[in-house]
Design a protein around this ligand. Sequence first.
Ligand code: SF4
Length: 368
Amino acid sequence: MSQVLFDYTRQDATGASCTAHAWAKVPEPLTPDQRQSWKERAKALLAKHQAVLVAHYYVDGDLQDLALESGGCVADSLEMARFGRDHAAKTLVVAGVRFMGESAKILSPDKRVLMPDLDATCSLDLGCPADDFARFCDAHPDRKVVVYANTSAAVKARADWMVTSSCALAIVKHLKDQGEKILWAPDRHLGRYIQQQTHADMLMWNGACIVHDEFKGLELDLLKSQHPGAMVLVHPESPESVVKQADVVGSTSQLLNAVVQGNAPAYIVATDNGILHRMRQLAPGKTLIEAPTAGNSATCKSCAHCPWMAMNALQGVVSCLESGTGEIHVEEPIRSQALGCIERMLDFVKRNPTATQKPGLVPNIGAA
Ligand code: SF4
């Protein structure tokens, strides 16, 4: 059984599109000389402050390269959380969106956690306000509360479990096997996919990722007919009509592994196009095609890039380390309450190492 109770528009309190503010803050592209210069400054500052850069697959390729060249990591949100917690650095610079910085701080309260731009958020986080979510939970006390990583610290503080897209299926199946009914938030597409796979009893929040929600099933079908034999890789935050056509449904790391290990003539990728940078590095020479986000009359055939991820730039890394701006704070008792649901997930994954693995795939190759 699943049911949709809550809905949110994609507008902020002033009625403006919530992405307009983000796109306005995305820095202009740098020249090659400028990139080199900013990168060298960032590297020197990371070393000076004993800091490590933890970057998500969706951020700019320069930041991904900087993270790897300076001893940090490029990963999905699960690996980012683990890497930051286990690293000896005194300062974590998190290149991604705000909930990732908050998760790092929740797990590592004694470390300084900085972000290139604190305004970098996520439509799933924005669409699940803590007070409304608490009322939703209060109305269903008989259910285990399972929230996706893409939520605020305050929402996590109300949850029993946090999951990422790499382990959500295994954890919900585990709960179902224990006879639990589930309250799920906030991504409706991921929730529907998990419900269909596990047949768990899930009550859903109605949130969506503004990037993945735009992938189009009809246009994907057309694209497939133009590339016979191409393997279709889909992130489960995508609509059902897109997921249904997938050869592999998985988290960013799982999709990356599918490209590295696959032998298809081409790969159609339905997730944020920031991941293509790492895919090209780890699978050089393979043909990668962005899945369509728009119909025939549109000028942009694939606009699959998150504006909040795009706000992260080399300049922001330099600025936060130079001036100490962009520091993440998570107040008590929210932090300690949220810690429980994250640690529960991390313990589960440690005890069940196959929980993040797609059949026939090697986990976590992207966490360099
Ligand atoms: S890509 Fe979607 S889920 Fe990821 S941060 Fe952006 S809006 Fe959120």
